[in-house]
Design a protein around this ligand. Structure first.
Ligand code: SF4
Ligand code: FES
Length: 243
Protein backbone atom coordinates (compact mmCIF):
# COMPACT_ATOMS: atom_id res chain seq x y z
CA UNK A 1 0.00 0.00 0.00
CA UNK A 2 1.50 3.36 -0.97
CA UNK A 3 1.77 5.97 1.75
CA UNK A 4 -0.64 8.89 1.49
CA UNK A 5 1.13 12.15 0.65
CA UNK A 6 1.03 14.56 3.54
CA UNK A 7 1.47 18.29 3.96
CA UNK A 8 1.37 20.32 0.78
CA UNK A 9 1.77 17.52 -1.70
CA UNK A 10 -0.52 15.96 -4.24
CA UNK A 11 -0.24 13.22 -6.82
CA UNK A 12 -0.24 14.32 -10.46
CA UNK A 13 -0.39 11.45 -12.93
CA UNK A 14 1.11 9.18 -10.28
CA UNK A 15 3.98 11.49 -9.37
CA UNK A 16 4.07 13.38 -6.10
CA UNK A 17 4.46 17.14 -6.44
CA UNK A 18 4.68 19.82 -3.80
CA UNK A 19 2.57 22.97 -3.83
CA UNK A 20 2.50 26.23 -1.95
CA UNK A 21 -0.50 27.35 0.10
CA UNK A 22 -3.04 28.99 -2.17
CA UNK A 23 -1.72 27.34 -5.34
CA UNK A 24 -4.19 26.08 -7.89
CA UNK A 25 -3.46 22.69 -9.41
CA UNK A 26 -2.19 24.38 -12.57
CA UNK A 27 0.13 26.66 -10.58
CA UNK A 28 1.42 23.70 -8.59
CA UNK A 29 1.98 21.66 -11.75
CA UNK A 30 3.80 24.52 -13.47
CA UNK A 31 5.94 25.12 -10.38
CA UNK A 32 6.84 21.40 -10.49
CA UNK A 33 7.63 21.64 -14.23
CA UNK A 34 4.67 19.47 -15.19
CA UNK A 35 2.70 20.57 -18.24
CA UNK A 36 -1.07 20.78 -18.10
CA UNK A 37 -2.51 22.15 -21.38
CA UNK A 38 -4.08 25.59 -21.00
CA UNK A 39 -5.07 28.58 -23.13
CA UNK A 40 -6.83 31.18 -21.01
CA UNK A 41 -4.45 30.96 -18.05
CA UNK A 42 -1.31 33.07 -17.77
CA UNK A 43 0.90 33.22 -14.68
CA UNK A 44 0.66 37.02 -14.55
CA UNK A 45 -3.11 37.11 -14.17
CA UNK A 46 -5.97 35.56 -12.26
CA UNK A 47 -7.65 32.49 -13.67
CA UNK A 48 -10.52 32.89 -16.12
CA UNK A 49 -11.65 29.28 -16.28
CA UNK A 50 -13.18 29.62 -19.72
CA UNK A 51 -11.24 27.49 -22.22
CA UNK A 52 -11.46 24.21 -20.24
CA UNK A 53 -8.26 22.93 -21.86
CA UNK A 54 -6.86 22.42 -18.36
CA UNK A 55 -9.64 20.05 -17.32
CA UNK A 56 -8.24 17.28 -15.11
CA UNK A 57 -9.72 14.66 -12.85
CA UNK A 58 -9.35 15.43 -9.16
CA UNK A 59 -10.15 12.43 -7.00
CA UNK A 60 -12.14 11.12 -9.94
CA UNK A 61 -14.15 14.29 -10.65
CA UNK A 62 -13.63 16.70 -13.55
CA UNK A 63 -12.28 20.13 -12.58
CA UNK A 64 -10.46 23.03 -14.20
CA UNK A 65 -6.86 22.90 -12.97
CA UNK A 66 -6.53 26.69 -13.24
CA UNK A 67 -9.38 27.42 -10.81
CA UNK A 68 -9.19 24.41 -8.48
CA UNK A 69 -7.05 24.76 -5.38
CA UNK A 70 -4.35 22.19 -4.77
CA UNK A 71 -5.18 20.18 -1.66
CA UNK A 72 -2.99 17.77 0.32
CA UNK A 73 -3.24 14.20 -0.87
CA UNK A 74 -5.37 14.99 -3.94
CA UNK A 75 -5.11 12.43 -6.74
CA UNK A 76 -4.98 14.36 -10.02
CA UNK A 77 -5.04 12.84 -13.48
CA UNK A 78 -4.16 15.05 -16.43
CA UNK A 79 -2.53 13.08 -19.21
CA UNK A 80 -5.05 10.36 -19.89
CA UNK A 81 -6.34 9.33 -23.32
CA UNK A 82 -9.83 10.50 -22.35
CA UNK A 83 -8.76 13.96 -21.14
CA UNK A 84 -6.40 14.53 -24.07
CA UNK A 85 -9.15 13.49 -26.52
CA UNK A 86 -11.47 16.04 -24.90
CA UNK A 87 -8.78 18.71 -25.22
CA UNK A 88 -8.29 17.89 -28.87
CA UNK A 89 -12.02 18.25 -29.47
CA UNK A 90 -12.07 21.62 -27.71
CA UNK A 91 -9.17 22.77 -29.86
CA UNK A 92 -10.88 21.61 -33.04
CA UNK A 93 -13.99 23.54 -32.04
CA UNK A 94 -11.93 26.67 -31.43
CA UNK A 95 -10.31 26.34 -34.84
CA UNK A 96 -13.61 26.03 -36.72
CA UNK A 97 -15.39 28.75 -34.69
CA UNK A 98 -12.85 31.36 -35.79
CA UNK A 99 -10.82 31.90 -38.94
CA UNK A 100 -7.37 30.49 -38.29
CA UNK A 101 -5.11 30.24 -41.32
CA UNK A 102 -1.82 29.34 -39.67
CA UNK A 103 0.45 29.39 -42.76
CA UNK A 104 -0.37 33.04 -43.44
CA UNK A 105 -0.55 34.21 -39.82
CA UNK A 106 2.26 36.35 -38.45
CA UNK A 107 1.84 34.60 -35.09
CA UNK A 108 2.55 31.13 -36.51
CA UNK A 109 5.25 29.53 -34.38
CA UNK A 110 4.54 31.95 -31.53
CA UNK A 111 0.88 30.98 -31.10
CA UNK A 112 -0.28 29.03 -28.05
CA UNK A 113 -3.39 27.74 -29.84
CA UNK A 114 -1.26 26.27 -32.63
CA UNK A 115 1.36 24.94 -30.19
CA UNK A 116 -1.30 23.29 -28.04
CA UNK A 117 -2.91 21.74 -31.11
CA UNK A 118 0.45 20.21 -32.02
CA UNK A 119 0.82 19.06 -28.42
CA UNK A 120 -2.53 17.27 -28.54
CA UNK A 121 -1.81 15.67 -31.90
CA UNK A 122 -4.49 17.60 -33.77
CA UNK A 123 -4.06 16.92 -37.47
CA UNK A 124 -7.20 18.58 -38.84
CA UNK A 125 -10.30 20.51 -37.82
CA UNK A 126 -12.58 17.41 -37.80
CA UNK A 127 -15.69 19.67 -37.71
CA UNK A 128 -17.08 21.73 -40.56
CA UNK A 129 -15.59 25.22 -40.64
CA UNK A 130 -17.98 28.04 -39.64
CA UNK A 131 -16.05 30.75 -41.51
CA UNK A 132 -17.68 33.47 -39.38
CA UNK A 133 -17.76 37.07 -40.59
CA UNK A 134 -15.54 38.83 -38.07
CA UNK A 135 -14.13 42.35 -38.24
CA UNK A 136 -10.53 43.43 -38.62
CA UNK A 137 -9.72 46.72 -36.89
CA UNK A 138 -6.70 48.58 -38.30
CA UNK A 139 -7.67 51.96 -36.84
CA UNK A 140 -4.86 52.07 -34.28
CA UNK A 141 -1.61 53.59 -35.58
CA UNK A 142 0.58 50.93 -33.97
CA UNK A 143 -1.62 47.88 -33.40
CA UNK A 144 -3.80 45.59 -35.47
CA UNK A 145 -6.81 43.77 -34.05
CA UNK A 146 -7.93 40.75 -36.07
CA UNK A 147 -10.88 39.21 -34.27
CA UNK A 148 -10.92 36.33 -36.76
CA UNK A 149 -8.17 34.84 -34.60
CA UNK A 150 -9.60 35.74 -31.19
CA UNK A 151 -10.28 32.73 -28.97
CA UNK A 152 -11.97 34.83 -26.26
CA UNK A 153 -9.45 33.86 -23.65
CA UNK A 154 -9.97 37.16 -21.85
CA UNK A 155 -6.26 37.77 -21.25
CA UNK A 156 -6.31 41.21 -22.88
CA UNK A 157 -9.39 42.04 -20.80
CA UNK A 158 -7.63 41.12 -17.55
CA UNK A 159 -4.36 42.80 -18.56
CA UNK A 160 -6.08 46.04 -19.52
CA UNK A 161 -8.14 45.98 -16.34
CA UNK A 162 -4.97 45.52 -14.29
CA UNK A 163 -3.55 48.57 -16.07
CA UNK A 164 -6.59 50.59 -15.08
CA UNK A 165 -7.74 51.12 -18.66
CA UNK A 166 -10.40 48.51 -19.33
CA UNK A 167 -9.98 48.84 -23.08
CA UNK A 168 -11.37 45.35 -23.73
CA UNK A 169 -14.46 43.43 -22.67
CA UNK A 170 -16.16 40.24 -23.76
CA UNK A 171 -19.85 40.51 -24.57
CA UNK A 172 -22.65 38.54 -26.21
CA UNK A 173 -23.68 34.93 -25.86
CA UNK A 174 -22.91 31.63 -27.55
CA UNK A 175 -21.61 31.97 -31.09
CA UNK A 176 -22.26 35.71 -30.93
CA UNK A 177 -19.76 36.20 -28.10
CA UNK A 178 -17.30 38.88 -29.18
CA UNK A 179 -14.36 40.91 -28.02
CA UNK A 180 -15.55 44.49 -27.48
CA UNK A 181 -13.57 47.73 -27.37
CA UNK A 182 -14.52 50.43 -24.89
CA UNK A 183 -15.65 53.79 -26.24
CA UNK A 184 -18.41 55.16 -28.42
CA UNK A 185 -16.82 54.11 -31.72
CA UNK A 186 -15.75 50.64 -30.55
CA UNK A 187 -12.55 51.08 -32.57
CA UNK A 188 -9.09 50.34 -31.22
CA UNK A 189 -7.73 53.63 -32.58
CA UNK A 190 -10.15 55.57 -30.38
CA UNK A 191 -9.38 53.55 -27.26
CA UNK A 192 -6.71 54.34 -24.70
CA UNK A 193 -4.63 51.27 -25.66
CA UNK A 194 -0.94 51.97 -26.05
CA UNK A 195 1.49 49.65 -27.86
CA UNK A 196 3.54 49.45 -24.66
CA UNK A 197 0.58 48.23 -22.59
CA UNK A 198 0.78 44.64 -21.39
CA UNK A 199 -2.69 44.20 -22.88
CA UNK A 200 -1.20 44.86 -26.31
CA UNK A 201 1.31 42.01 -26.05
CA UNK A 202 -0.47 39.38 -23.94
CA UNK A 203 -2.59 37.83 -26.72
CA UNK A 204 -1.64 34.13 -27.00
CA UNK A 205 -2.81 34.01 -30.63
CA UNK A 206 -2.48 36.46 -33.50
CA UNK A 207 -5.49 38.65 -32.69
CA UNK A 208 -3.56 41.67 -31.37
CA UNK A 209 -0.37 42.35 -33.27
CA UNK A 210 2.05 45.25 -33.59
CA UNK A 211 2.03 46.86 -37.01
CA UNK A 212 5.09 47.02 -39.25
CA UNK A 213 6.87 44.12 -37.52
CA UNK A 214 5.76 41.25 -39.74
CA UNK A 215 7.99 38.17 -39.79
CA UNK A 216 10.81 39.92 -37.89
CA UNK A 217 11.73 36.47 -36.53
CA UNK A 218 11.80 33.85 -39.30
CA UNK A 219 9.65 30.73 -39.21
CA UNK A 220 11.80 28.01 -37.68
CA UNK A 221 13.34 30.31 -35.08
CA UNK A 222 10.15 31.21 -33.25
CA UNK A 223 9.10 30.47 -29.69
CA UNK A 224 7.44 27.10 -30.22
CA UNK A 225 9.91 26.13 -32.95
CA UNK A 226 12.58 26.19 -30.24
CA UNK A 227 10.57 24.41 -27.53
CA UNK A 228 7.08 22.93 -27.65
CA UNK A 229 4.41 24.14 -25.23
CA UNK A 230 5.18 21.16 -22.97
CA UNK A 231 8.95 21.50 -23.29
CA UNK A 232 8.76 25.13 -22.20
CA UNK A 233 7.50 23.91 -18.84
CA UNK A 234 8.99 20.43 -18.55
CA UNK A 235 12.26 20.93 -20.41
CA UNK A 236 13.27 19.11 -23.60
CA UNK A 237 12.28 15.47 -23.95
CA UNK A 238 15.16 13.09 -23.32
CA UNK A 239 16.04 11.13 -26.45
CA UNK A 240 15.22 7.48 -25.96
CA UNK A 241 13.36 8.29 -22.75
CA UNK A 242 9.78 7.50 -21.85
CA UNK A 243 7.26 8.72 -24.45
FE1 SF4 B 1 -7.56 36.50 -25.87
FE2 SF4 B 1 -6.27 37.74 -27.84
FE3 SF4 B 1 -8.94 37.46 -27.97
FE4 SF4 B 1 -7.86 39.15 -26.21
S1 SF4 B 1 -7.74 39.32 -28.45
S2 SF4 B 1 -9.51 37.68 -25.80
S3 SF4 B 1 -5.95 38.09 -25.62
S4 SF4 B 1 -7.41 35.81 -27.98
FE1 FES C 1 -8.09 26.55 -17.23
FE2 FES C 1 -8.51 27.84 -19.55
S1 FES C 1 -6.61 27.31 -18.64
S2 FES C 1 -9.98 26.94 -18.19
Amino acid sequence: MSALPIDNKLMLDGIEIAFEPGDTILEAATRAHRYIPHLCWHPEFGAHGSCRLCTVKVNGRSAAACTTRATPGAEVQSHTDELDAGRKTLLQMLFVEGNHFCPSCEKSGNCLLQATAYEMGMEGPHFEEFYPDRPLDASHPELLLDTNRCILCGLCVRASHAEGKDVFAIGGHGLKTRLLIAGASGRLGDSGLSASDRAASICPVGAILPKRRGFAVPIGARRYDLASAAEEIEGPAVEGGAP
